[in-house]
Design a protein around this ligand. Structure first.
Ligand code: ADP
Length: 625
């Protein structure tokens, strides 16, 4: 009886049959990788279940081509599937990648088509090239069953005669069209090439009978063509090969195939450690932020192998959160294959490897920063925010490890610089590291508070990422120099003489300033001599800066935080004289001016104006005078 595919699978199948994806070659990789998983599974079972007896060196994948029937068969002697498993595994979408792909298609089918290559498309990809597929399978000593489908409207399952454990998948190729030459896949040479390209590191032999040219027996120079079973893959996983023997191209294509990325990795890091704990690792820094990096389902982690056999696809204990962009593989002989996930978390081995790997990444990044700034800039653009969070998270526990990897935009250099570079460039009389926050470099550059620091010829770090200020606050100091916000009310850059002068001015007008303070939402109003042409600005006192107030209040929590603001009025601006006069003659009018000045400072800081209608009326009223 014919059964229907589950509806979600149907849609995906439809896409596969109508071949939206141009790289059809990958079907072979997908089926071989499933076969390899089935062999892994069986071997793994044999380690934990004494009843299952398997000799590792008998495990293999076999390919055969039949030109007459236009078919390819991929067989393995792995765990096999019983009737129920054929039904559930092949009748529904199992693979997480496939599911993610389906979700993406549901959201925006157009985008999905472009990025399908980033997903493992699994068993169904075989329908891109086949008009009919048969999956003949036997599990342990259960009966064998064959699953048959033309992919369009369902499948049938019936008893079969297969008498050895494992799975044999036969694809009946589609007919050739003007655009597609499916017969290609019946060519031994083509299949050989595809296996080498996509599945070379599969740790089981992939065997196929091929035509080979050999010396005739007994002859020294006469050749003959014979058919002979050959192993097509080299089987040595790329991370087990000596680093010098692997080309950049090989690393790059390993990365791209395995992590479904179109781009070469930004950096490949290989490491091989022998000692109390021995392991080999190959790590990649992607060149772009992975498409799902900011999804809550994004899982960090490295694949963990025990001597060539995968234990876990994503072992999250192997990389800290701030390096969650790192992809790669760790292979160690010091873990037994049948270790459970829970045990894994407690073993010292994983902890030691994780520590080493963290140090290695750190070292490589520092090296890149020093020797190849251009690449580091690209890296930082993609993943720098994560490092800053790394400093800030866990109460700054990791700040010392990360502080030298940080960069911020320097007003003087007009590009990102490190904190150590900032300190090196500090003026003789400068004791603190200055920074200013805002939405963009251009916006910060116009801030009145920046002027005075620039006048002193001190550099300023411009913070435009919302985590920046929290990051610096967590660091507290770098190289014994503390960080100072240019909007801090106690900037203390004036000479003693200037200080004296402004103090006098403020004392003289204390009554006026207090009157303004009492009528505005600030903790102080004062005259200042640090603003050159600007009439007013805010500075703040205490822990919470104005930028932090903005960031925290923009977060979707109930938390509402206010900075303690000081309204500073330029004592040399005409407006200062005006308000002094108004204080004497017309207090009502003064309050209107004060409101406008207060709102001007809000606008400069990017803070919301509380009552825009009132403000606009006030401005018009004064303009009309
Ligand atoms: P995935 O391999 O990611 O789970 P697939 O759609 O490729 O997704 O395969 C679905 C399921 O079918 C697999 O999870 C596995 O249980 C089963 N399967 C596929 N091929 C084989 C095979 N050769 N031997 C045993 N089981 C297989």
């Amino acid at each position: 009886m014919k059964k229907q595919f589950k509806s979600e699978s149907k849609r995906l199948l439809d896409l596969m049959i109508h071949s939206i994806y141009t790289n059809k070659d990958i079907f072979l990789r997908e089926l071989i990788s499933n076969a390899s998983d089935a062999l892994d599974k069986l071997y793994y079972q044999s380690l934990t279940d004494k009843k299952i007896k398997v000799r590792k060196n008998t495990l293999k994948i076999e390919l055969s081509l039949d030109k007459d029937k236009r078919s390819i068969t991929i067989s393995d002697n792995g765990c096999g599937m019983n009737k129920e498993e054929l039904e559930t595994n092949l009748g529904t979408i199992a693979k997480s990648g496939t599911l993610a792909f389906k979700e993406m298609m549901d959201k925006d089918p157009k985008d999905g088509v472009d990025i399908i290559g980033q997903f493992g498309v699994g068993f169904y990809s075989a329908f891109m090239v086949s008009k009919k597929i048969e999956v003949d399978s036997k599990k342990d000593d259960e009966d064998s069953y064959i699953w048959i489908s033309d992919g369009v409207d369902g499948y049938t399952i019936k008893k079969s005669t297969k008498d050895t454990r494992g799975t044999s998948i036969t694809l009946y190729l589609k007919d050739d069209t003007d655009d597609e030459n499916y017969s290609n896949y019946l060519d031994e040479y083509k299949i050989n090439e595809l296996v080498k390209k996509y599945s070379d590191y599969i740790s089981y032999p992939i065997k196929m009978e091929c035509l080979t040219r050999k010396l005739k027996e007994g002859s020294k120079d006469e050749y003959e063509d014979v058919r002979e079973v050959q192993t097509l893959n080299s089987m040595v996983p790329i991370w087990k090969k000596p680093a010098g023997e692997v080309t950049d191209d090989e690393y790059n294509s390993f990365y791209k195939d395995r992590y479904y990325d179109f781009n070469d990795p930004l950096k490949v890091i290989t490491t091989s450690v022998e000692g109390m704990t021995s392991y080999k690792a190959i790590l990649f820094i992607p060149s772009k932020v992975p498409y799902d990096f900011y999804n809550k389902d994004y899982e960090k982690g490295l694949a963990l192998y025990s001597n060539g056999v995968m234990i876990m696809d994503k072992c999250k204990e192997l990389v800290p959160d701030y390096f969650s962009f790192i992809k790669g593989v760790v292979d160690t002989e010091d873990l037994s294959l049948n270790i459970s996930r829970e045990m894994l978390q407690q073993t010292k081995t994983v902890e030691i490897i994780a520590k080493n790997i963290e140090n290695k990444i750190n070292k490589e990044l520092l090296k890149m920063l020093k020797e190849d700034r251009e690449t580091y800039n690209k890296f930082y653009e993609a993943f720098g925010t994560g490092l800053k969070f790394g400093v800030y998270n866990n109460f700054g526990m990791n700040k010392d490890k990360l502080k030298d990897l940080l960069m911020f935009y320097s007003a003087k250099n007009k590009k990102n610089i490190t904190l150590s570079e900032y300190v090196k460039g500090m003026k003789k009389d400068q004791t603190e590291i200055y920074y200013a926050s805002g939405n963009s470099v251009e916006a910060i550059d116009k801030l009145p508070q920046v002027e005075q620091v620039k006048d002193k010829d001190y550099d300023i770090l411009y913070l435009t990422d919302y985590v920046d200020e929290f990051c610096l606050n967590t660091l507290m100091k770098y190289d014994e120099k503390s960080f100072k916000n240019v909007s801090d009310g106690k900037l203390d850059l004036e000479s003693d003489k200037e200080k004296e002068k402004i103090k006098k001015e403020n004392d003289e007008h204390k009554e006026l300033l207090d009157f303004l303070k009492d009528n505005l939402d600030v903790c102080e109003v004062r005259f200042t001599n640090k603003l050159k042409k600007h009439p007013v600005c805010f500075t703040s006192r205490g822990e919470v800066s104005i930028e932090m107030e903005k960031v925290i209040n923009a977060m979707p929590t109930d938390e509402n935080i206010k900075s303690e603001k000081i309204l500073e009025i330029n004592k040399n601006h005409k407006i200062a004289d005006k308000i002094k006069k108004l204080y004497k003659n017309d207090k009502d009018e003064l309050l209107k001016y004060a409101k406008i000045l207060y709102n001007e400072a809000c606008l400069i800081e990017g803070l919301p104006v509380e009552d825009p209608v009132e403000l606009s009326n006030l401005i018009s009223e004064i303009m009309a005078k």
